[in-house]
Design a protein around this ligand. Structure first.
Ligand code: ZN
Length: 489
């Protein structure tokens, strides 16, 4: 098996990846809290770990990929007090909390599918693993690292820090945390502000609640990942991933919980993808520069100059290394769209080139292949691998212009390179091919849209809405503008 180097946040250095069991890899990634529409940040994390698992499989590892759904216990501001994010949304929309969770889980799945993100091997829900979480809390209490106060259970950070290091992942030092955190309002039953909840007693109006030895309540947010990763990947597993925003406190707390429960850490490598900024600014709902995936694919956000296809979004993300911040702008997206088109056009040309008996480029082709794998094996340097793929594109174009000659073997090697690196490992789908005969599809959809417009003119909104909804089900999004209706996949 080819060596793979991974940057381990835990040691802050790149290491050669050595799995617990030869040839097998267990990966756990913190999935979405399902209370809002999937946005660019969700896509970046999902795509990063999709490329990781795709590439490891491409290298012939057997991968068990577990990505959870947080449907309970994630309180506002990632804090230990305040509303549950899902319950709050449910109250605002007068729905059952599980209706909200299911709706946004479905939305998440739909958008991941069009982004060509493969589903995980196991997708456990926090609400489906309350018993496992209660058992883990019992063990942590038995081991003396948690205390019960008024029906809630809190992790005793100070006690833990006497025999272990709290803050080893984030590099934060407890002494500084002590100095920097003043006793907050609402600290309530906690002995120290940096202690965190393992179990929270539910207030009378709290809907999502389960019985436990301590109270009717719900688990703390950090606990589900410790409990579910152990259940499906064992007490020691290979890679734990997530967005950099989860590093502290979520992942720090996960480490403390695992060590407190089982005496040793669970994950051997911690991998974190960086954040997306918008024209240099942090993205946030309050800043109005927060773009959902639906808005991206339909172009329906005031900051968007046009709609972008899912593959443009995916390719745009792969053009940066996952540990770098990625700055969204229309210019950068349009540039990504062009580069991807140039690459796919060259891939299509490979089927049309006439092979020559002699090659003018054989050595360079083999070098490009080696460099692409080297880049991917170097902590998934997709940005560099794409740069090497573009060298191959130039070569194909030059052969098409009869300035270079490629043999049948050369052409075959290049086809394998693109199918292996671009399609299989990076997960780019050939939208031009998928659309099949694009003109035909466009013609058919235009016809359907004409029928819809006629219905609208006759004020037959039932029919016009039905047509739009049916198109949406097929993955076709219709946008109405003053100039008429446009559609995108
Ligand atoms: Zn998690």
């Amino acid at each position: 098996m080819k060596p793979f180097y991974i940057y381990n946040t835990l040691n802050r250095k790149k290491e050669e990846f050595k799995p617990v069991a030869e040839g097998h890899v267990g990966v756990y990634v913190c999935g979405p809290t399902v209370y809002g529409d999937p946005h660019l940040g969700h896509a970046r994390s999902a795509i990063t770990f999709d490329v990781l698992t795709r590439y490891l499989r491409h290298l012939d590892y057997k991968v068990r990929y577990v990505r959870n759904i947080t449907d309970v216990g994630h309180l506002e501001n990632d804090a230990d007090s305040g509303d549950d994010k899902i319950a709050k949304k449910a109250r605002l929309e007068q729905l059952e909390p599980m209706e909200v969770a299911q709706y946004y889980t479905n939305r998440y799945h739909d958008f991941m599918r069009v982004l060509n993100v493969l589903p995980p091997s196991i997708e456990p829900h926090a609400s489906g693993h309350i018993l496992e979480q209660i058992e883990m809390i019992k063990t942590i209490i038995e081991h003396g690292f948690a205390y019960v106060e008024n029906g809630s259970v809190y992790f005793d950070v100070e006690k833990y820090n006497q025999s272990h290091v709290y803050g080893k992942l984030s590099g934060r030092v407890l002494d500084e945390m002590q100095n920097n955190t003043r006793a907050l309002d609402g600290q309530g039953d906690k002995h120290n502000p940096y202690d965190f909840a393992l179990w929270k007693k539910a207030s009378p109006e709290h809907i999502m609640r389960w019985p436990s030895p301590w109270s009717d309540g719900f688990p703390g947010w950090h606990l589900e990942c410790s409990a579910m990763s152990t259940k499906y990947l064992g007490e020691t597993f290979d890679i734990h991933g997530g967005g950099m925003d989860l590093l502290f406190p979520h992942h720090e707390c996960e480490i403390a919980q695992s060590v407190a429960a089982q005496g040793h850490e669970a994950a051997r490598y911690w991998m974190h993808n960086n954040m997306i900024t918008n024209n240099g600014q942090k993205m946030g709902k309050s800043l109005g520069n927060f773009i959902t995936l639906e808005e991206m694919f339909t172009g329906s956000h005031k900051l968007l100059a046009q709609a972008y296809t899912p593959m443009t979004v995916r390719f745009f993300m792969l053009q940066a290394h996952y540990r770098s911040t990625l700055d969204f702008s229309n210019e950068a997206m349009q540039a990504a769209e062009k580069v991807l088109k140039r690459i796919l056009d060259a891939v299509h040309l490979l089927d049309k080139l006439t092979p020559s008996p002699v090659s003018s480029r054989e050595a360079e082709i083999n070098e490009i292949v080696a460099k692409c794998y080297e880049a991917m094996s170097d902590d998934l340097n997709t940005a560099l691998a794409i740069a090497h793929l573009q060298e191959a594109v130039r070569m194909i174009n030059s052969a098409n212009d009869k300035k270079d000659t490629l043999t049948a073997t050369d052409i075959d090697t290049l086809k394998k390179l693109f199918s292996g690196i671009l399609f299989d490992a990076m997960g780019i789908a050939d939208e031009q091919q998928q659309g099949g005969n694009t003109e035909l599809l466009d013609g058919v959809i235009r016809m359907v849209l004409d029928v819809r417009n006629e219905a609208k003119t006759k004020k037959d909104f039932a029919t016009s809405d039905k047509i739009r909804d049916e198109l949406v089900k097929l993955g076709i999004v219709v946008k109405d503008t003053k100039e008429g209706s446009t559609w995108s996949l």
